[in-house]
Write a protein that binds this ligand. Structure first.
Ligand code: PMP
Length: 450
């Protein structure tokens, strides 16, 4: 009976649910996930998996947290909704808490998703320049291989062609430069030199496009979904210096990197930079409820709401910053602090890198890199030519990890042939035994694929 019911669930899913991104695969249909506890999820057939991707890089404190459910319940029964055209206590408390983490210099605009937060960043950057007397500044520069969201503006900033080309024309005024990919830098060039050169590509773009037309640069502290590309510290510092010299706003997308993922509260804190605008989502609530924020430096905000007509940001979002989501975010940040999950992320990541370092000798592993509890393993066909591993090879490793109870991710840019980077980004709350399990599965699968 149970078996039959399960079959019909798969059938109903096939009939009625349109899945995100992946094409439907009859032989390997999407998992129907029924439960989550800690780092582990259970599917409708009772199979358990360690979720080495924290969902989509978001369930930072792990599944099944009663404290978060309770925070939502208590807030919903007290005040389920208030629009942020007015205000409410959880929104105020959360903004205060975020400023404590960032250094008290930001004002926060709430929305529901990472894409939303980036759209707000683009709109307010354009308006800021207008109110600053520079109305010709409307363009944004981002990087190839970066992902910034699915809505038209955020997709325009995204630098992965396969996600875009069927939906064009997208928003005008979005330009791209190449990111640093240290593993594939030209032979003989030092990482530092190469990163400075890559940063200078922004300056060239700004000059060729006429600097008076450039509103902002948007980037993640490290490219996550595009292949775990970690820059040398000089890169971000140089980009910031270029922004400042040309009056361009620096927008840092912390949607994945924020809230401990990289071993610091925010990814940009690894570098000597102070962003003008910061966008956050995912780990802000550990995905228990949808919430995102666009943090704006106070002196930028001060160009708004000056009392002059139309000096406010004309942007509204019905659900953005709803009280329950803010209450959950506050509780989530409390858990991160109480359980020292930022430090734990740094320590576990270090351990993961150390214990998996021997994979470098594997014939198909070109590079292993990571920051905090975010690891990338770049697979190649040939270590000398660095030819990206074939689809089949990457899929086989992922499938075998799954068969052994470990979900890992796949990243990169399909159109450029670089969809060959495996990612591990588990909940920061993983136990030591969870980490042992991950290491054992990865080592076993790679050994069997030598
Ligand atoms: N920015 C980055 C860096 C992301 O990884 C994502 C989502 N994967 C987004 C923005 C968009 O977030 P959302 O899916 O919540 O719109």
């Amino acid at each position: 009976k149970v078996g039959q019911e399960n079959e019909s669930l798969v059938e109903k899913d096939r009939q009625h649910v349109w899945h995100h991104i992946s094409a439907y695969n009859e032989k390997n249909p999407p998992m129907i996930i029924t439960e989550g506890k800690g780092a582990w999820i259970t599917d409708h057939n009772g199979n358990r998996y360690l979720d080495g991707m924290s969902g989509l890089w978001c369930v930072n404190v792990g599944y099944g947290r009663e404290e978060l459910a309770k925070a939502a319940y208590e807030q919903m029964t007290k005040l389920a909704y208030a629009p942020l055209t007015q205000s409410h206590e959880p929104a105020i408390g959360l903004a205060e808490k975020l400023n404590e983490m960032l250094g008290d210099e930001y004002v926060f605009f709430y929305s529901n998703s990472g894409s939303d937060a980036n759209e707000v960043a683009f709109k307010l950057a354009r308006q800021y320049h207008q109110q600053n007397g520079e109305s010709s500044r409307y363009k944004f520069i981002s990087r190839y291989r970066a992902y910034h969201g699915s809505s038209m503006g955020a997709l325009s900033a995204t630098g992965q062609a396969l996600r875009k080309y069927k939906y064009e024309p997208l928003a005008p005024g979005f330009l791209h430069v190449a990111p640093p990919d240290n593993y594939r830098r030209p032979a003989g060039q030092s990482i530092e030199e190469y990163n400075i050169q890559r940063a200078q590509e922004f300056e060239e773009k700004i000059i060729w496009e006429q600097k008076e037309t450039i509103a902002g640069i948007i980037m993640e502290p490290l490219i996550t979904g595009g292949g775990v590309l970690i820059p040398h510290p000089v890169y971000l510092e140089k980009v910031q210096e270029i922004c400042q010299r040309h009056g361009v706003l620096l927008i840092i997308d912390e949607v994945i990197c924020g809230f401990g993922r990289t071993g610091k509260a925010f990814g940009h804190q690894h570098f000597n930079v102070k962003p003008d605008i910061i966008t956050m989502a995912k780990g802000l609530t550990s995905a228990y409820l949808p919430l995102s924020v666009t943090a704006v430096r106070k002196d930028i905000y001060e160009k708004f709401d000056t009392g002059e007509q139309n000096s406010h940001l004309r942007h509204i979002n019905t659900f953005g910053g709803n009280p329950a989501a803010c209450a959950v975010a506050l509780k989530n940040l409390e858990i991160i602090e109480k359980e020292s999950l930022v430090e734990r992320s740094a320590n576990l990541g270090e351990r993961l890198q150390k214990e998996l370092a021997s994979l470098k000798d594997h014939p198909f592993v070109g590079d292993i890199r990571g920051l905090g509890f975010l690891l990338g393993i770049e697979l190649v066909e040939d270590k000398k030519t660095k030819q990206p591993a074939s689809n089949a090879r990457v899929a086989k490793i992922i499938g075998e990890c799954k068969a052994n109870g470990l979900i890992i991710g796949r990243n990169g840019d399909t159109v450029a042939g670089y969809n060959n980077i495996l990612a591990l980004s588990p909940p920061l709350s993983c136990t030591d035994e969870d980490v042992d399990f991950m290491i054992a599965v990865v080592k076993k699968v790679f050994k069997e694929n030598e």
